[in-house]
Design a protein around this ligand. Structure first.
Ligand code: GTB
Length: 216
């Protein structure tokens, strides 16, 4: 890639530097690819202003700019980066298609139930229905985790060598940190830890943590 790559991230991330906002997966992919990038930090107010809305129709982070190309949606951004780097998507056509399938599974099948649970914990704690809703949501998460755990089995990664499918899946699972749900499946806990142990992950994590530290 010749043009400078610029992503956006929270100026003040509500996750307090835990690396749970979706810029983290883009940073991780760029680090795996060995690509330098700049970060433009945006406030919640700036995200809803015309300049940012021109990049992201829903007024969110992350966005990605590379010359005159502007992208939004973390999955699409990671896919764009991965397409250009053998380390993130296999060259073999069938293995590549399977890796892309896992990327979609992460954002389309696993992430929704996890986000649903997070939103209940975040927004409905004081409601009369909280315990009941949380139990239902956690039941749905448990179903997906059980299925994922069964498929992963004793393998290190979901389909052969580490690829963008694992990057997305590990990123999605991390949002369950502190819930105890991942730990119900030791192979999934080890899978997430394996992702977090990658040098590229550590560099990305340190970069987003530095933003939080600088803001506090
Ligand atoms: N589908 C989009 C994608 O994958 O890129 C979703 C993007 C998205 O939800 N962005 C969030 C955002 O910009 C930040 S990551 N929100 C502001 C808004 O909508 O106005 C979601 C997120 C936020 C906070 C935590 N946290 O505190 O732990 C975790 C994840």
């Amino acid at each position: 890639m010749s043009a400078k790559q610029i992503i956006t991230a929270f100026a003040n991330s509500p996750d307090r530097g835990r690396g749970l906002a979706r810029d983290m997966r883009v940073r991780w992919a760029l680090e795996e690819a060995g690509e330098p990038y700049d970060v433009r930090l945006v406030s919640f107010a700036e995200m809803k202003e015309p300049a940012h809305l021109a990049l992201h129709p829903f007024g969110q982070i992350p966005t990605y700019e590379e010359g005159d190309l502007a992208l939004f949606e973390s999955g699409a951004i990671v896919f764009h980066i991965a397409e250009r780097h053998a380390g993130l998507l296999p060259r073999d056509a069938k293995a590549r298609a399977r890796a892309i399938t896992w990327m979609f599974a992460a954002v389309n099948t696993v992430e929704p139930v996890i986000v649903d649970r997070s939103m209940i914990v975040l927004l409905e704690r004081d409601k009369s229905w909280y315990a009941e809703r949380l139990a239902l949501a956690e039941g749905r998460v448990r179903v997906r985790l059980g299925e994922l755990s069964a498929r992963l089995g004793s393998a290190d990664w979901l389909d052969g060598a580490f690829n963008a499918g694992d990057l997305m899946m590990v990123s999605v699972l991390q949002r369950l940190g502190g819930s105890g749900l991942i730990e119900e499946h030791p192979n999934l806990a080890a899978y997430v830890a394996r992702g977090e142990a990658r040098p590229a992950y550590k560099r990305a994590f340190a970069a987003q943590l530095a933003v939080f530290k600088a803001a506090t």
